[in-house]
Design a protein around this ligand. Sequence first.
Ligand code: HEM
Length: 425
Amino acid sequence: MSSPAEPKTTGAAETVDLMDPVLMSDPFGGFSRMRETAPMVRGTLPGTDTPIWLVTRYDDVKLVLSDRRFVNDPANVPGMDVQNIREKAIQARGIPPEYAQYLLDGILDVDGADHIRLRKLVSRTFTARRVSELRPRVQEITEDLLDRLAATTADGVVELMERFAYPLPITVICELVGIPAEDRPQWREWGKALVSLEPGRFGDVVAAMVAHIQELIERRRAEPAGDLLTGLIRAHDEDGDHLSDTEMITLVLTLVLAGHETTAHLIGNGIAALLTHPEQLALLRDQPGLMPRAVHELMRWCGPVHATRMRYATEDLEIGGMPVRQGEAVMAILVGANYDPREFDAPDRLDITREPDERRESHVGFGHGLHYCLGAALARQEGEVAFQALLRHFPDLALAIDPKDLERQMLPGSWRLARLPLRIS
Ligand code: HEM
């Protein structure tokens, strides 16, 4: 795999189409050029009729994600035509209106007290301590998957995404939430269908997921267990909170979807990066204690999420000396920030020794500020366990195809491998 930062496109257009295949195939080069051209450029995305400001510089990205003059819910901007924004989003994604609340009113769509309340209900499941208690179970799931992988290959070649990178995080998040083992393959299929953006299927998939969670809620009401779903039901019944079934369904949906696709691609991108940087791989094999730093660096260098949700300015303000008007939408381009030479020395270089202190995360691959990824500690841990186990199980691990033939899924704001064929023996 060539360095993702190797430029392939030329010049930053005045208004950037975030669905442009050239940009999606080389977001590193494309956004780096924009970052060096101006603090912000105009961008467009289907489903939004007003242009979006794309913010690419490190300090500006952090500002957008932490300054309370920006909100996630346009309803918190005085005078906004919220209905219009909502209708456009529903139309663009083909969401049946009766299911819109499950997809458009989640934890990432709310601000202030509403956001704090939702976050409080689930954050205790994802604290660093709770996550480290899960490590043995994550290791067990990993070992089991890798044993099966080794036992079922005839020619020594495996497709890592389908056989390992997806099953690991989906198993972990489903166990945490309380989705039974027999239903997990179905969730994997639903997840796939949602990201494939296939027109017409969206509504059916969302309806099926919502019905399934509703059924699980009923089941857990009758038979409580030690999972997150039971915890949410208890908060609902005992704490006098007003967590409705709709809110519970929305939270579970967000956690399962946010918790598996992204982590799968951290594993895929990360292992591909290590295999195409043999000196970094050798260093990591030689000094396994570098693993936490390596995962931070892989998140910076080839993290799977390249842009955040839109933020809306609640008042007129400036970013990098350029005016942003009240109500305008701004998108933080995380990959722009993670390759900003103002913050990172030689940003194009993959260097697993880079992070001076692994407790301080300087990259913004998990976002920043109030909506900073709730599952970051879990995702990092899954990455560490996965890379460690893969390297230990397969001393001769190698790409089974030429790096230039690695195929990417073309999704705006994401960096994902469609497949990752590896030679394990
Ligand atoms: C938020 C990335 C894994 C749950 C976010 C955000 C990013 C992100 C960039 C902020 C979005 C924004 O501000 O608009 C990632 C990446 C992951 C990952 C790259 C894996 C490598 C997970 C996992 C979970 C999770 C495992 C589930 C437990 C969430 C939730 C939010 C979030 C619930 C919203 C938090 C809030 O609004 O307060 N993630 N994520 N993520 N992530 Fe993750």
